[in-house]
Design a protein around this ligand. Sequence first.
Ligand SMILES: *[C@@H]1O[C@H](CO)[C@@H](O)[C@H](O)[C@H]1NC(C)=O
Ligand SMILES: *[C@@H]1O[C@H](CO)[C@@H](O)[C@H](O)[C@H]1NC(C)=O
Length: 378
Amino acid sequence: MMKWAVVLCAMLALSECFISVPLIKGKSAREALEEKGLWEKYRKMYPFNPAAKFTQSYAIGYESMTNDADLAYYGVISIGTPPQSFEVIFDTGSSNLWVPSIYCSSAACNNHVRFNPQQSSTFQATNQPLSIQYGTGSMTGVLGYDTVSVGSIKVPHQIFGLSQTEAPFMAHMKADGILGLAYPQLAVSNAQPIFDNMVQQGLVQDYFSVYLSSNSQSGSEVIFGGFNPNHYTGTLVWIPLSSETYWQITMDSVTINGQVVACNGGCQAIVDTGTSLIIGPYSDISNMNSWVGASVSNGDATVNCNNIGSMPAVTFNINGNAFTLPASAYVRQSYYYGCRTGFSPSSSSLWILGDVFIRQYYTVFNRSNNSIGLAKAV
Ligand SMILES: *[C@@H]1O[C@H](CO)[C@@H](O)[C@H](O)[C@H]1NC(C)=O
Ligand SMILES: *[C@@H]1O[C@H](CO)[C@@H](O)[C@H](O)[C@H]1NC(C)=O
């Protein structure tokens, strides 16, 4: 299959060549911890602070996604010759690629696959350090170059981070590392993001798309240089970016039954595959949660699972278009904790439209004209 795709690409015009990478929907860190009865303890030890990802004072490149206990989608890449495989989160909210390495002895490195540069004939070392701050800890490492394979694309001479220390929370994540898909301006240590390298080397066109399956473990995918019309209905609606660092857009308002309940007068939002929920400012999120009938305690907005059928849809109005999420899409069910909304507050004014939104709307991230295409996912 892989060989065939490469041949196909070589024979066709670049515009016809695309690479699909399947994403697996696995157990989130929260589910793993809840099963072990450790969630409450962890929540207190490592409180999730989604705003840390976007706080201006952190400058660029900082992110908190590994603290996001609900992240569930990851894909497989390989690095080196012969290839060493890793599960990574494809994160449109950051720009660096990094994986655990043999130089790391943190708990998270002991229970994940570690890259061994000595076993790759194509590895090139640097002594440039890499350090990414999370809300509650940091990842540190060193940068190196090697061939990175994503689906059937081989990207030669890709810069990436080899971790030396990782925050304790990573030990509970399924994925080994992170593959950032935001703009180069956001990359820590000026490391060229892998998508920029792919485009620069003429391997794919300069857009990619993401489909996150709601219910099944398989079927989710990232397509580099293409999109998959089988995964959406209608036509893509294009939204121009308001800033080219994150995939940031202007949202007009959030409404329920035509009433503005949040983002009154407009707000900024980023479309982020590396955040699981929909995040907004405290007062807005609290208003939304009370409109849908959720009661907030202990940081969770809980609802009665039996009420999902009668709860209102929530509409995100963007660039004159309505993107509506029914309760079945914004309520998440946990075996241990019942039903909770996917609306979570942060101290930032920036909204994050995470996986709860992307599962409903197929998303094309177009670097060619700095816009995002959205269509109802199927
Ligand atoms: C970007 O490209 C799409 C598809 O060609 C087009 O419909 C849209 O208007 C463009 N958006 C901007 C902001 O140029
Ligand atoms: C991305 O934008 C470019 C420029 O407008 C356009 O030619 C291309 O078709 C767009 N990509 C998709 C998937 O529509």
